[in-house]
Design a protein around this ligand. Structure first.
Ligand code: GDD
Ligand code: MN
Length: 410
């Protein structure tokens, strides 16, 4: 047995017969099996599949009565597969089976994961309406930015890999929602990913199951996976939230001081900022960096360090603003004033983001220095990682800075 094609199904009764035929046409001289992983469909897809299976031993059926969901069905299919190579393919014939041989060839030449791509040169999304096209583009872009995946179609539901690689990451997969491929890629960190273009075909029978719930699940999944790669570490999020409380404290202190004292405005402003700064230090100490919290006299030293680093952060914000505003000023912008205000605010917003991030990095390194980081290498440095003796260089892969291990990038 060489290849196992896993087709997850939910109400695809009208499609599976043609699916089985088209896979057969695509792989005339191949040893393969098709596993229909059906979630106990109300339209009795599983029953139809069992009838086909009775006549064609290459077809196997998993009737899944529990643990429903596309991703989990694929995982169960991959686990039950008898082939050394497993492929995941929609059952509604939107994934063109005729590219299966090309995918197999790439795998044989050393790729670890081969992905059917609608967006690689030569591929297409077929006759999608603009709304679906835009949605897919947005989702693809989010995956590329958040996960650093350099692929044209990371959202693909059409892919192939070695079963052993799957089994290795299986325990860490959740399989929620539609994005099983993204999860596999993030957990496996394959050294060599290849893409094969194909034309996404029109669905002839049945309906799509891509609901708003699936979209919501996708966004959550991206978020979890991104955290996993430490692109957006929870610690940084806590730091930003503390910064937000600082704004409130600052404004409240300013209001109180102006009401209760006869100080001049700028004096009240400086004192309010110092109070907010103290608030931020305290919260960061007990929450953001609770695992490295200062105690006793360490608090005084810590606060001084925090104040100094925050001043540097302020300097970086100001310098960034000046740099950005200068750069923008080099372009002719027309005469509209609100346009200029908008641009100034946009520059200031970017400057605040840069300042906050520097602030975070500085305080993390100086005020709350942690234990030395483990040097985790990127997949690209390990061409032998998953593929036995292959030496194929990654065509597509993960963005990652080899010198930094899993450093937060944001
Ligand atoms: N077992 C099981 N359980 N199968 C399911 C489930 C489920 O809960 N939901 C959907 N499927 C099956 C469908 O029966 C079909 O064979 C396949 O998964 C894809 O589902 P569709 O509902 O046809 O998805 P789509 O065509 O809208 O989405 C396609 O494009 C997406 C990217 O834009 C798929 O290829 C997705 O995988 C892909 O992410
Ligand atoms: Mn479909």
């Amino acid at each position: 047995m060489k290849l196992s094609v896993i087709a997850p199904t939910f109400n695809e009764r009208e499609n599976i017969r043609a699916l089985v035929e088209q896979v057969q046409d695509a792989l005339p001289d191949m040893l393969y099996e098709i596993i229909i992983a059906d979630d106990d469909s109300p339209d009795l897809t599983w029953q139809m599949a069992q009838e086909i299976s009775a006549r064609d031993p290459k077809v196997r059926v998993l009737r899944r009565t529990r643990n429903h969901g596309l991703g989990r069905a694929v995982m169960e299919g991959f686990t039950a597969a008898a082939g050394d190579i497993v492929a995941c393919m929609d059952a509604d014939l939107q994934h063109d089976p005729s590219v299966l041989p090309k995918m197999l060839e790439k795998l044989a030449r050393g790729a670890d994961v081969v992905i059917g791509s609608r967006y690689a040169t030569g591929g297409s999304t077929g006759d999608w309406n603009w709304f679906r096209r835009l949605g897919s583009r947005l989702a693809t872009m989010m995956a590329r930015i958040l996960l650093g995946v350099k692929l044209t179609d990371p959202m693909s539901g059409y892919f192939m890999m070695r079963r052993n690689d799957f089994l290795r990451v299986h325990p860490s997969l959740k399989g929620e929602g539609f994005k099983i491929l993204l999860e596999v890629l993030v957990k496996l960190r394959p050294g060599a990913i290849e893409e094969v273009p194909y034309r996404f075909r029109r669905r002839l029978n049945g309906a799509s199951k891509l609901s708003s719930k699936v979209v919501f699940q996708y966004v959550r999944q991206l978020w979890e996976l991104a955290q996993l790669r430490q692109l957006l570490p929870a610690r940084f999020i806590r730091f930003v939230l503390v910064g937000c409380t600082g704004i409130v404290v600052n404004l409240a202190a300013m209001a109180l001081l102006l009401k209760l004292t006869d100080w001049r405005g700028w004096v009240a402003s400086v004192v309010a900022s110092l109070i907010a700064n103290l608030n931020n230090y305290g919260l960061n100490n007990v929450w953001t960096f609770s695992d490295r919290a200062h105690r006793g006299f360490g608090l005084i030293k810590g606060y001084v360090s925090y104040l100094l680093m925050s001043t540097v952060g302020l300097g970086i914000t100001t310098a960034s603003y000046i740099g950005l505003a200068w750069t923008v000023a080099q372009f002719p912008l027309g005469k509209v004033d609100w346009n200029r205000l908008g641009i100034a605010l946009f520059c200031q917003f970017l400057a605040i983001a840069l300042g906050t991030f520097s602030n975070y990095i500085l305080n993390k390194g100086v005020t709350w220095p942690g234990p030395a980081r483990n040097d985790v290498h990127c997949a690209e440095n390990l061409p032998f990682l998953n593929s036995g003796n292959t030496q194929t260089v990654a065509k597509a892969g993960f963005d990652c800075d080899p010198s930094s291990g899993q450093r937060p990038l944001l």
